[in-house]
Write a protein that binds this ligand. Structure first.
Ligand SMILES: [Zn+2]
Ligand SMILES: [Zn+2]
Length: 433
């Protein structure tokens, strides 16, 4: 028997597709396009189901072997131009749905979406077709009425009922496969990658969602930026408030090493260094130093006397002061009480998410007193330091000004010449350490 039993079905299908792809959609309203998309999706779903029906016959009739040899998967790759993974997936579906004709018929007729029907196929793969066959009519009825999310819940619940041990074994396998990496790239940024089991992933997502919900009016961050900030806030809060074992005799924390000159002038001087990261911009060091534990150390200057070569200098500590908070606990309590959260206009992040910002930095002689302090959440504290916004308090209200427009910051020829000299000495220093 020839394929496409209806004599000109193949031509008519091609003609219909040709007509569609030849149509101009310029000037078509989005409403009409929406209708088109619904019709196209339905047609694609029905064709997918028909593809699977024919593939089932082809596979069980050993079509690939009689057409050049090899497996059905390799035949699909060669003749249908799909990847091995997609080919194997289709063969799986064909095998399973070939045994569940009512489910396949429903998708072919366009009553159930193809994705809902594939969920029935996955269930059958997990627990065996013989377990699903007695339930097929109920599952097909559900596939014809439920949205994909609800259909997934139904098939998961069915699997749990039919094969609880299998579900538990799968859960344990997924749990064993969990992994997470937080790697710094050459450019200095961190890339996070990983895979969590369902419960772990849901916990992380719930915490990140709770912290990244649009808390402030006039929010300008993208949702993805808010999630990234939420993850950093989670880590910061955990380090600040969590119950941790000491590492090297101290609670886990980040250390910034910076000279008093760099903190003050924000220009030359030795670069600030963040532990585990490397050199950081002086303004970032100033932000971190605004509200931190400070240990003042007096050191003898580097013996080689070179400027920039003082990255991780081999200095001789002469005296070490006690570790003290730059904002003592009693002032921090008062600051929290007064500000009740971030004071940046339009922001209402709560006190627990804020740093105390010195309006005139303590390194520049600004007093650590309530009048010189203001609570800022991390994104807004960053905006003031690294992004150059100015903030002051007028009549008890925080007033902010955007940064002045910058003129070109391109270094002059002589700047580049000086930097060239410094670069050479850094390279020499690093090769000697
Ligand atoms: Zn600050
Ligand atoms: Zn804020």
């Amino acid at each position: 028997m020839e394929a496409f039993v209806i004599p000109d079905a193949r031509e008519r299908l091609n003609e219909a597709v040709d007509a569609l792809v030849g149509e101009s959609i310029d000037g078509v309203s989005t409403h009409a396009l929406g209708e088109d998309l619904i019709d196209l999706r339905l047609a694609i779903d029905r064709l997918e189901a028909e593809f699977v029906r024919r593939l089932h016959r082809f596979h069980s009739g050993r079509g690939a072997q009689s057409d050049g040899g090899g497996t059905t998967v390799s035949w699909l790759r060669r003749c249908c131009g799909i990847t091995a993974k997609a080919a194997a997936y289709h063969v799986h579906l064909a095998r399973t749905l070939g045994e569940l004709p009512a489910a396949l018929d429903s998708a072919r007729a366009g009553r159930a979406s193809f994705s809902n029907v594939t969920m029935i196929a996955h269930l059958a793969e997990d627990v065996g077709v013989e377990q699903v066959a007695p339930l097929e009519s109920i599952l097909v009825g559900a596939a014809e009425t439920l949205r994909p999310g609800a259909m997934r819940t139904l098939t998961q619940a069915t699997r749990l009922r039919l094969d609880p041990d299998g579900v538990l074994a799968d859960d344990n396998r997924v749990h064993e496969r969990r992994w997470f990496e937080c790697e710094q790239t050459y450019g200095g940024v961190f890339v996070l990658r990983g895979e969590l089991d369902a419960e772990g992933g849901a916990l992380v997502k719930t915490a990140v969602d709770a912290l990244s919900h649009g808390m402030s009016r006039g929010e300008t961050r993208l949702a993805s930026q808010r999630r990234a900030d939420a993850l950093v806030d989670l880590a910061a809060t955990q380090l600040r408030c969590g119950d941790h074992r000491d590492v090297h005799g101290q609670r886990p924390h980040l250390t910034v090493t910076v000279s008093a000159d760099t903190l003050r002038s924000c220009a030359d001087g030795t670069p600030a260094e963040l532990s585990g990261v490397g050199p950081i911009h002086p303004e970032t060091a100033r932000r971190i130093a605004c509200d931190a534990v400070r240990t003042v150390m007096t050191v003898a200057p580097p013996t080689d006397g070179a400027g920039w070569t003082a990255i991780r200098p081999r200095v001789m500590p002469l005296s070490v002061g006690r570790a003290t908070r730059t904002i003592p606990p009693h002032l921090r309590t008062a600051l929290r009480l007064r500000d009740q959260g971030c004071r940046f206009p339009g922001c209402d992040r709560p006190p627990g998410w804020t740093d105390g910002h010195h309006i005139i930095h303590w390194a520049d002689g600004g007093p650590t007193e309530l009048d010189n302090l203001v609570s800022l959440c991390r994104p807004h504290h960053r905006r003031v330091h690294e992004q150059g916004w100015r903030i002051h308090i007028a009549d008890g209200i925080a007033v902010v000004e955007p940064p002045p427009r910058r003129t070109s910051a391109t270094g002059s020829g002589s700047d580049r010449h000086i930097w060239g000299n410094e670069l050479t000495s850094i390279a020499r220093y690093l090769s000697a350490t």
